[in-house]
Design a protein. Structure first.
Length: 707
C-alpha cells in the first residue's frame, strides 16, 4: 500500500479572516436550507459544527451581506448535490444529465421543477430569481448558468467513471478536474459580489489558473481520501500511466501546482482597470481561502502529519463497500481501529462487541432527535432516564399476554394466506411474495387497522424508514419522510379518537387505555409509538425474515433439522440475526467526555455502534462467519432477553420491545415454508445479494418451489 509525504503548498497571498457575521451567515443559510427541505436537523447540526461553511464564506470574502448570502446558498446547494452524486442517488449518469437539463430549464420555466425534488424546486423558487436580482446582466447570467451546467455534466461524468462505464485518461483529466471543482461558478459569482463602476475585463486566463490551483490543491490534500474511496486523482493517474513511484507522482502534481501559482502571480501583475484590479484582489483572497482550507481541514488528510500511509486510513461508512459487503471492513476496524473518528460521517465508530455493548448501555440516545423524531415525534428511543423508564412502563404493559396471543393468531392466519398464494407456482420470489408482506400485514391486524389500507402503509413505512437511514441527507427522502409523517398523523388521529370512544380487541385500544401510576399516554405519544413500531418494526422484521430464508436455503442441513424438530426454530432465528443483522448500526451521544477502549471521546459527539460488526466479533463468537445454530445453550435466550448479553435487538434500556414478536413471526414462517415446500431451493443461477448500510438484507429471493 502507498506511503508518501505531501509537500507544503505555498500560496503568495495571505488568507483573510472570516467576516464578523460568519456565524450568523451559517445559521441563516442552514435555516434557509431547512425551509426548502435541502437539509434536515442532522444536516444542520453537522454543518454548524464543522468547518465546511468556512470554505464558502471565506471565498465570498467581504461582499455585502445580502450578496454573500446568495453565494453561500449556492455553496450549500452545490454541497448537497455533490453529496447526492457521491451517494449514488442517480442510478445512471444519463439521469444526472437529465437533472442538469431540468436545472437549467427551471431558470426560465419554474414549472418544470418537480415538487418532489427539493434540489430542483429551490432553484426555480429561490436561487435563480435571487441570482438574477444581483444585476449582473443577461450575458453574465448566461455565463453563470453555463458554469452550473458544466459542473453538473462533470459530476455525471464522474458518476459514470465510478460505475466503470468509462475509463479516465490523464489527458482529459486536466479539463475535467477544473470543471469538477465547481470553481467556475464561484469565480462567476465573485464578479457580482460587489457592484463595480465598470465591467470586469478579460480574466479568463486568471480564473483558469485559479481553478487549477484549487484543483491541484484538492488532489494533493485529498489523495488519502481519494485512494480510500477509489476516486480519480491526478496523482494516481500519473503513477499508473508513467509507472513512477508514489512520491514521484505526488511531486509531479506539486510541480503543476507551483507552475499554476506562478502563472497566477504573473497575471495579477499585469496593469489593468480599477474594476478588474478589484476582482483580482477578491480572487486572490478566494484562492488563498481555498488553499488554506484544504490544507487545514481534517476532511482530507486524516492524520494532518503531512505523511500518507493508506494502511493507517480507517474505513469510513461512506465507502461504497459498506453497502456491498461491510464485513471485511468491520474486521479491519475491529483489528486496527476499534474506536475511531469517521470524518466523513462526523461520528465515532465503535466495532468490538464489548465496546458496542458498553456504548449502547451507557451513552445517551439523543441522536434519535434528528434521526427519527422529525417523522415520528418524541419516542421512548430518544429519552434518557429519568423520563425513559415511566414511558417504557406505560407501553411495555401492552406487550404481554393478550398481545402475544393476538400476534400469534394473526401471524398464523397471514402466513397461511401468503403460502397459499404460492401454491402451484414453479418459481417465486420469497422476498416480494412473502417476507416483504408478512410483518406489515400482521402489524396492521394486531393494531386493528383495516387491511384495505395496506398500500397506504407500505408507502408511509418505506418513506419513514428511508428517512431514518438517510445518513447522506438526501433532500427527496427528507421531504418524503415529512409528508409521510403528516399523513400518518392525520390517519391515526381518527383511529385513536374512535378507540377512545369505543375500545376494541386490538393493540391500539390497549395502548389508548393503558394506565400506569395514574397516567395515560397522550395522543402524540400514541402516534409516536405506533409510527415507530409499525414503520421501523416492519422494516427490520422483513429484512430479518429475508436473511433467515436465505440462510435456510444456503444450509439445507439446518432446514432439514428444523423441519424435524421445531424446537430448533428459536436457535435458527437467533443465529440468523446474529450472522446477518438486519440493523447494522445504532447511534448514541456523549453528554460528557467518555473513555472507551483507551480512547477519549469528547462530550457532544455522536457515537455509531456497529451492531453488524459486534455480532461478528470472533472474541465473542468463534468463527463468526459460520451459520452455527449450536453456539451455546443460552445463545437464543441471550439475544431475545433485554437483561442478557446479546445485542441483536440493542442493549440496556433501549432493547427492542418487539424482540419476542419477531420470533413469533420467524417461527411461523419457518414452519409454514418448510411444510409447504420441503424441496425448495435457489432458482438456477441465482444467488441473493445483501445490501444496506443501516438496515441490511437481501431484496430478492428467487426460489424453485419443488412442487
Amino acid at each position: 500500500m502507498p506511503t508518501f509525504r505531501l509537500p507544503e503548498l505555498v500560496f503568495p497571498f495571505p488568507r483573510r479572516e472570516l467576516r464578523p457575521e460568519a456565524e450568523r451567515l451559517k445559521i441563516e443559510t442552514c435555516e434557509w436550507g431547512m425551509r426548502h427541505n435541502l437539509i434536515g436537523p442532522r444536516g444542520r447540526d453537522k454543518l454548524l459544527s464543522s468547518d465546511l461553511f468556512d470554505y464558502g464564506i471565506g471565498v465570498a470574502g467581504d461582499a455585502p451581506y445580502d450578496r454573500a448570502a446568495v453565494f453561500v446558498r449556492w455553496f450549500l446547494w452545490i454541497f448537497v448535490v455533490d453529496d447526492l452524486v457521491d451517494a449514488g442517488s442517480w442510478e445512471h449518469s444519463d439521469s444526472l444529465e437529465a437533472f442538469a437539463r431540468t436545472a437549467l430549464a427551471a431558470r426560465h420555466a419554474p414549472e418544470l421543477a418537480p415538487n418532489t425534488d427539493p434540489t430542483l424546486r429551490v432553484l426555480a423558487e429561490d436561487l435563480w430569481p435571487s441570482t438574477a436580482r444581483l444585476d449582473g446582466g443577461a450575458e453574465w447570467l448566461d455565463t453563470f448558468a453555463e458554469s452550473v451546467s458544466s459542473w453538473l455534466l462533470a459530476e455525471a461524468k464522474l458518476d459514470g467513471i465510478r460505475r466503470g462505464q468509462r475509463p479516465l485518461r490523464r489527458s482529459e483529466y486536466l479539463e475535467f478536474r477544473r470543471l469538477l471543482s465547481g470553481m467556475d461558478m464561484a469565480w462567476d459569482l465573485l464578479v457580482v459580489m460587489t457592484e463595480f463602476v465598470s465591467p470586469v475585463g478579460d480574466v479568463d486566463k486568471l480564473t483558469r489558473c485559479a481553478s487549477d490551483i484549487v484543483s491541484w490543491t484538492n488532489d494533493l490534500c485529498g489523495i488519502e481520501r481519494d485512494l480510500s474511496f477509489g476516486e480519480p486523482n491526478l496523482v494516481t493517474l500519473i503513477k499508473d500511466e508513467t509507472a513512477c513511484s508514489w512520491q514521484e507522482a505526488v511531486d509531479a502534481v506539486h510541480d503543476r501546482y507551483r507552475r499554476s501559482v506562478q502563472e497566477f502571480q504573473a497575471e495579477c501583475a499585469v496593469p489593468t482597470d480599477e474594476a478588474t484590479a478589484a476582482y483580482r484582489r477578491r480572487l486572490c483572497d478566494a484562492v488563498a481561502t481555498a488553499v488554506g482550507w484544504h490544507q487545514s481541514s481534517t476532511r482530507y488528510l486524516q492524520a494532518n502529519t503531512g505523511t500518507v500511509d493508506v494502511e493507517q486510513t480507517a474505513p469510513s461508512l461512506f465507502w461504497r463497500q459498506f453497502d456491498r459487503d461491510p464485513y471485511p471492513l468491520y474486521a479491519r476496524l475491529r483489528d486496527h481501529f476499534p474506536v475511531v473518528w469517521d470524518e466523513s460521517m462526523e461520528t465515532w465508530l465503535v466495532s468490538r462487541y464489548e465496546d458496542v455493548r458498553t456504548a449502547l448501555t451507557e451513552l445517551s440516545s439523543k441522536p434519535y432527535e434528528w434521526q427519527l423524531a422529525p417523522v415520528a415525534g418524541v419516542t421512548m428511543l430518544q429519552l434518557d432516564e429519568p423520563e425513559h423508564l415511566p414511558n417504557r412502563k406505560l407501553v411495555s404493559g401492552a406487550f404481554h399476554g393478550r398481545t402475544l396471543d393476538r400476534w400469534a393468531e394473526a401471524t398464523e392466519r397471514i402466513v397461511g394466506l401468503l403460502v397459499g398464494r404460492l401454491h402451484g407456482k414453479d418459481q417465486v420470489d420469497l422476498f416480494a411474495d412473502f417476507c416483504r408482506e408478512l410483518p406489515l400485514r400482521v402489524m396492521l391486524v394486531v393494531f386493528g387497522i383495516p387491511e384495505t389500507d395496506l398500500a397506504k402503509w407500505k408507502t408511509w413505512t418505506d418513506a419513514i424508514t428511508r428517512y431514518f437511514g438517510n445518513y447522506r441527507q438526501d433532500p427527496e427522502l427528507l421531504q418524503a419522510g415529512l409528508r409521510a409523517r403528516q399523513a400518518v398523523s392525520e390517519y391515526l388521529d381518527r383511529h385513536i379518537a374512535e378507540r377512545r370512544r369505543a375500545p376494541g380487541d386490538d393493540l391500539l385500544s390497549d395502548v389508548c387505555g393503558t394506565v400506569a401510576d395514574g397516567e395515560r399516554l397522550t395522543d402524540e405519544m400514541i402516534k409516536a409509538f405506533c409510527t415507530v413500531l409499525i414503520a421501523a418494526g416492519t422494516e427490520t422484521a422483513y429484512k430479518g425474515l429475508a436473511s433467515l430464508v436465505a440462510n435456510l436455503l444456503d444450509h439445507p442441513d439446518v432446514a432439514a433439522a428444523v423441519a424435524g424438530d421445531r424446537d430448533l426454530a428459536r436457535q435458527v432465528w437467533v443465529e440468523s440475526i446474529r450472522k446477518d443483522s438486519p440493523v447494522q448500526l445504532a447511534n448514541r451521544y456523549t453528554v460528557e467526555d467518555f473513555e472507551l477502549a483507551g480512547t477519549l471521546i469528547p462530550a457532544g459527539a455522536t457515537v455509531t455502534c456497529l451492531l453488524g460488526s459486534a455480532n461478528r466479533d470472533p472474541s465473542r463468537y468463534p468463527l463468526p462467519e459460520r451459520f452455527d445454530i449450536h453456539r451455546g445453550t443460552d445463545a437464543a435466550d441471550e439475544v431475545l432477553d433485554a437483561a442478557g448479553p446479546g445485542i441483536a435487538f440493542g442493549a440496556g434500556r433501549h432493547t427492542c420491545l418487539g424482540a419476542q414478536l419477531t420470533h413469533i413471526e420467524a417461527r411461523a414462517a419457518m414452519s409454514a415454508l418448510l411444510d409447504a415446500m420441503p424441496r425448495m431451493r435457489w432458482a438456477d443461477g441465482f444467488r441473493p445479494a445483501h445490501s444496506g448500510r443501516v438496515l441490511r438484507g437481501p431484496r430478492r429471493l428467487l426460489v424453485t418451489t419443488g412442487w
